[in-house]
Design a protein around this ligand. Structure first.
Ligand code: UTP
Length: 288
């Protein structure tokens, strides 16, 4: 069965960006001129995904408005003769079919994904976290779907991280069966460095068979008092093979201030309109 649907959980509080996220959504923070959520949806659409299922919460209306048509804006742009911008804005709302679900309380990523059970049904599906922006010619989700199409099993996006950072991630271990492709056998959410089974981290791209929902329904509250997706993946791995794929491309952890700033600088340097000017500016700031 083809992967047609992607679940994008966006109901978290984004506490690392407070106070900016007190009244607006972390996923709407822009990298140059597009919000993080735009890059996540593009990653899905470039992989052939047709339906995007957002799991939203309080204060996330801006995401719905972003992917909707804005008649007032279009009227204003038309009045000022900016037809080409109208077309660009329309393309955003035409990117996919959008479905919105609510997670009433942010009880964890696993809990958020479980909200999508009825909309996804018995199809394989992608999960994409907008925090992880991957700069590459091939979408991260597409790289995982290519593995799914070979094995018809769940596939998790992976990246090697420094040992001292393992406690920020879900960490896996397994057997490498070909370059960058693993059969996984252990999954631990945010372990202490001395307890981590490896330094290979789960990053925010996944393909799941629908059987993950049965495991999520049984998953108890775990690390941080939340229902952890990683715990459900561990249970699923006892019943079916789960693959891991090291993703190609540079990943930015835009859920952290530092990662967000790294991405902002690199996207700005690569921007056709302002890249050269920004480079000169940075050189001046750095005194080189
Ligand atoms: P994070 O662990 O980054 O949490 O969630 P967060 O609330 O967004 O940010 P911090 O850690 O407080 O700064 C990873 C992804 O899972 C979603 C978030 O919106 C984010 O996309 N999420 C998390 C939910 O949708 N619901 C939850 O209950 C928790």
């Amino acid at each position: 069965m083809r992967v047609r649907k992607a679940v994008l959980p966006v109901a978290g509080f984004g506490t690392r960006f407070l106070p900016a996220t007190k009244s607006s959504s972390k996923e709407m923070l822009p990298l140059v001129d597009k919000p993080l959520i735009h890059y996540a949806v593009k990653d899905a659409v470039d992989a052939g995904i047709e339906q995007i299922v957002f799991v939203t919460g309080r204060g996330k209306r801006a995401i719905e408005d972003y992917f909707d048509i804005s008649f007032e804006l279009e009227y204003h742009l038309k009045f000022h003769g900016k037809d080409e911008i109208i077309e660009e804005m329309r393309q955003i709302s035409d990117m996919a079919d959008f479905v919105y679900l609510r997670q009433k309380e942010p009880k964890g990523l696993g809990h958020a994904v479980l909200r999508a059970k009825d909309v996804v049904g018995d199809e394989p599906f992608a999960v994409i976290l907008a925090d992880d922006v991957i700069e590459n010619s091939s979408s991260g989700t597409k790289q995982l779907i290519d593995v799914f199409d070979r094995y018809h099993c769940s596939v998790i996006g992976l990246e090697g991280v420094p040992k001292e950072d393992v406690s920020k991630y879900g960490i896996v271990s397994g057997k490498e069966i070909e370059d960058g492709l693993y059969k996984l056998d252990n999954f631990v959410e945010k372990p202490k460095p001395e307890q981590a089974p490896s330094n290979t981290a789960i990053i925010g791209r996944y393909i799941f068979t629908h059987r993950i929902f049965e495991e999520l329904e049984k998953t108890q509250v775990g690390a941080k008092g939340e229902i952890q997706l990683t715990d459900a993946i561990l249970s699923l791995s006892k019943k079916e093979v789960i693959y891991g794929k090291t993703l190609e491309g540079k990943r930015f952890d835009c859920g952290s201030k530092f990662g967000f700033l790294e991405a902002t600088v690199e996207f700005a340097l690569n921007d056709k309109e302002i890249g050269q000017e920004f480079k000169e500016y940075l050189k001046g700031v750095m005194g080189c």
